[in-house]
Write a protein that binds this ligand. Structure first.
Ligand code: MSP
Length: 512
């Protein structure tokens, strides 16, 4: 990834049949962390999110709510916009599939598939799950249900098909070309064996309901909601205008972030559609795992859905963002528990990170007249800690390049731990009278380390990290990775610093 300056990252677009939950917040957050990281690393970033508003599932939800689909989607889509804000995420665009720019793109893409000879009219007779918006073969059913546990219904209707069967070899060549096209490896293996098992043509239009984009030239059909939805990644770049600066800069996408349940759509159907239309397939699809709640599968019927708005209100935004990115190796399933959430907030943030910043900055305030101290000559221990801080940029960049935000945080918090041990060992509070020269070297080293840590935690905890950088009087333009490392900037002795304030409060057990 590092070879390219531009970075286009997308979240799935969310069905507006329901309110946002932790799963939606998680995917969007992971994209945000990647986007913020790449921006700070000097890349040109485009981060897209939005809502998926057509199809039978949304139409049904609107009917149940007693609303017209358009009015219903207008309303529910707003809740997702709100989630984007409440989670502190920073998309460059928010797309809705009911927008004119999207409909135009979908019709144009359809026409390309027709021109390529990959669309033909037939009849679909088989199983369909409205909940999954997916077709299933008889052989895939488990006890009369979809493999996901969703109910299925028998559908028999005229339908246009996409000649997916013709794409097997080209899809396999696409996965072969770069092992990172589908990640993690377990998902890649799943996709490759699915494609090797042989592909059947895909039904790409429906005639039994109306809420969708009509098939150009045959308005009795609406385009299959997944063909419609996937195209959002192109519509937001102004497709079908493929000559624009926006399109040429950002296509193909660098990273489609998805949940493990929707890999097949993104790694099999989508690259086949794109290649058929003469467009490059995505560079990478990364599938994350699913959250359970206190060990239980999350479901509306169990009433244990986790509301991201409530989570942020209760534990704090930076705390929630940190927890979600740190607790579970990205790509694996994970469990949300209140005890684990509190432990991360209190142990890692309040005790380790917060305490490091607080004690160092209070000492600077007290013993150095509230100014960045002059380091004078550094000792071996100082150089050692600084070397660890300087080493963070390449190691964190490596972790983010493999979409492993948990590893990035591990590396950063390893330096937080070292810095705390360094402060304990140097005991600067005891140096104030005895050796003020040494005191200044120690505090300068600690402040420099904190500057590195806080700049690197910006993508994960934007608010708290910015407050820490404020307390170190780091200017806005200096808050980027180019200012770090041995060849970067450094804190200038004599700079006045504001009075320190704690940034990570200790949360009470009662919060649980
Ligand atoms: N509309 C489609 C995506 C179209 S993209 C072109 C869709 N929407 S969704 O609203 O149902 O789900 C969106 C995302 O939420 C998926 O990536 C899914 O994996 C994720 N999650 C849903 N429940 C989840 C958990 N319990 N845990 C983590 N993520 C989960 O699919």
């Amino acid at each position: 990834m590092a070879a390219r300056d531009a970075f286009y990252v997308t979240s799935p677009i969310y069905y507006v049949n329901d309110s946002p939950h932790i799963g939606h917040a998680y995917t969007t957050l992971a994209c945000d962390v990647m986007a913020r990281f790449m921006r700070l690393d000097g890349r040109r970033v485009r981060f897209l999110t939005g809502t998926d508003e057509h199809g039978q599932k949304v139409e049904k939800a609107a009917r149940e709510a007693g609303k017209e689909p358009q009015a219903f989607t207008d309303e529910v889509s707003q809740r997702f916009r709100r989630m984007v804000e409440v989670m502190g995420t920073s998309p460059d665009d928010f797309i809705r599939t009911t927008e004119a720019r999207h409909k135009r793109a979908v019709s144009a893409l359809w026409q390309k598939l027709v021109d390529a000879g990959d669309i033909y009219l037939g009849t679909y007779a088989g199983w369909y799950s409205v909940r999954d918006e997916a077709f299933y073969a008889e052989s895939e059913l488990v006890d009369g249900k979809a493999p996901t546990g969703a109910p299925v219904e028998w559908v028999e209707e005229p339908s246009y098909f996409f000649r997916l069967s013709a794409w097997q070899e080209r899809l396999l060549a696409y996965y072969e070309r770069d092992p990172q096209t589908v990640m993690p490896a377990s998902r890649r293996n799943e996709v490759v064996s699915f494609v090797k098992g042989g592909l059947t043509d895909l039904s790409v239009s429906r005639t039994s309901f109306r809420w969708g984009i009509p098939v150009p030239g045959d308005e009795r059909h609406v385009i299959y909601v997944w063909l419609d939805a996937l195209t959002n990644y192109l519509s937001a770049l102004g497709y079908p205008d493929t000559e624009s600066e926006l399109f040429t800069t950002f296509w193909p996408a660098d990273l489609h972030m998805v949940g493990k349940d929707i890999v097949r759509f993104h790694s099999v159907y989508w690259p086949a559609f794109l290649m058929s239309a003469g467009l490059a397939p995505p560079r990478r699809v990364f599938a994350h795992g699913w959250w359970t709640n206190e060990g239980q599968k999350i479901s509306k019927s169990l009433g244990n859905v986790i509301d991201p708005f409530e989570l942020v209100a209760r534990y704090g935004l930076d705390q929630v963002r940190y927890f979600l990115m740190r607790e579970v190796p990205f790509g694996q399933d994970g469990d949300f528990s209140r005890a684990a959430m509190l432990k991360r907030a209190n142990h890692d943030l309040a005790n380790d990170y917060g305490n490091l910043v607080q004690r160092v900055l209070s000492l600077v305030q007290r013993s150095c007249e509230g100014r960045v101290p002059d380091p004078g000559t550094l000792a071996a221990e100082d150089d050692e800690l600084l070397a660890a801080a300087h080493g963070l940029v390449p190691s964190v960049r490596g972790a983010m390049d493999e979409v492993a935000p948990h590893k990035a945080l591990e590396a950063i918090f390893d330096v937080v731990g070292r810095a705390n041990r360094y402060v304990d060992a140097q005991a600067p509070w005891a140096l104030a009278k005895r050796d003020p020269v040494r005191l200044r070297a120690v505090l300068w080293t600690a402040c420099e380390t904190i500057r590195h840590v806080a700049t690197l935690t910006l993508p994960f905890m934007p608010t708290a990290s910015a407050k820490i950088l404020d307390q170190l009087a780091v200017s806005e333009p200096a808050r980027r990775f180019a200012s770090l490392g041995p060849d970067g900037a450094h804190l200038v002795p004599g700079t006045p610093l504001p009075r320190p304030e704690g940034v990570f409060p200790r949360l009470q057990e009662a919060a649980a």
